[in-house]
Structures are given as C-alpha cells and as structure tokens.
Design a protein around this ligand. Structure first.
Ligand code: CDP
Ligand code: MG
Length: 167
C-alpha cells in the first residue's frame, strides 16, 4: 500500500551542499516526490515539529538547529515522498538517529556528526510512522502544495484574509 513520509533536508545538509547527494540516494527508493519547497523555519514551527522532544536536555539546541541558527542557512528543504513502504524505505537509507551508530553507508552515517554540545547533526529528518507522518505533513504543507490527495480535505470560505500577491 502507498504511504507518505515527510523528509526535511536540515540546515547542515544544505550548508554542506548535500542536497543533490541526498536526493540521488533517496531516488534509489523509486518513491515519488509529491511536494517540495524551501522553508524558513519559524520558532513556532520548530517547536511544534519537535514538541515530543520538549523534555529533552538538548531541546533548545534542537530548535536552534532546525531553524538554521548554527549553520548560517536559515532554511530547510521540505518534501513529501510517496509510494509503497515509503517510511521504512526512507528511514533505512537515512540510517540511525545517532550518526556514529548509523551504518557508514547510510546518509546519516556518511554525512552526520555529533557536535561538541552533544547534539546529533544528522542532515535529514524523516517521519518515523504513519501517525507521525500525517501530523508532520499537515504541519508543513497545505493540501494545494501536494499533487496527490493524501488525506481528506474540505473547502472553507475565508473572508478578509490578507494575502501577499505579486505587485
Ligand atoms: O530524527 P529521528 O526520528 O531519527 O530521531 P528523534 O528521536 O525523533 O530525534 C529528533 C532529532 O533530535 C534527531 O534527528 C537529532 O537531530 C536530535 N537528537 C539529538 O540531538 N540527540 C538525541 N539523543 C536524540 C535526538
Ligand atoms: Mg523522530
């Protein structure tokens, strides 16, 4: 059955010019990219994304890390990969969370590092399970930004909403 997974190329991945490399590795999965954008990560988005890590001693560092404050690259590349067994396939190629424990041929094993403060800089994020994927995809993307219908949607009328358009 088809599944979807949120993938983020984290600021260290962008700073180290690993985008092409990571996309090439992920293309081995034969999954389809159904959404993709560059995002400037607000503190609110960072905290919401990592809310399950709130009690960890490294939480503040983690929030700064995903916002790009340590890498002079205040952005991430956010994507949705879609296809059979997508979560397991992407997580397998990504490797373990701890880059030192990750298989050396995996993406994190090849390019990740542990900072002197003990934070794992592991170049990409991938959702762990279907529940997490749904929460994360809905957090990072609006339905119109994804080219397939992954979850139920509804039409609402929004009035008096301010929107930036081309001048
Ligand atoms: O990203 P993943 O799902 O593999 O791991 P997680 O347990 O959900 O942790 C989220 C992120 O927190 C990791 O990707 C690391 O960047 C960071 N982390 C860390 O720095 N030190 C740990 N002991 C655990 C996680
Ligand atoms: Mg996780």
């Amino acid at each position: 059955m088809n599944e979807q997974v949120l993938v983020l190329i984290k600021p260290d991945g962008l700073k180290k010019s690993l985008t092409g490399n990571i996309l090439t590795r992920l293309s081995e999965t034969k999954l389809e990219i159904v959404a993709c954008k560059i995002v400037r990560v607000s503190k609110e988005l960072a905290i919401e994304h990592y809310k399950h890590m709130q009690d960890k001693p490294f939480f503040e560092e983690l929030i700064k890390y995903i916002q790009g404050e340590m890498h002079d690259r205040k952005k991430v590349m956010a994507m949705v990969y879609w296809g059979p067994n997508a979560i397991q396939k992407v997580r397998q190629l990504a490797g373990s969370t701890n880059p030192e424990e990750a298989e050396s041929t995996s993406i994190r094993g090849s390019f990740g590092r542990i900072t002197t403060k003990g934070l794992y800089e592991n170049v990409l994020h991938a959702s762990t399970n279907e529940t997490e994927a749904e929460r994360e995809i809905k957090l990072w993307f609006d339905p119109v930004e994804i080219i397939v219908d992954l979850y139920p949607t509804k039409i609402v009328t929004v009035e008096k909403e301010k929107k930036k358009v081309w001048a």
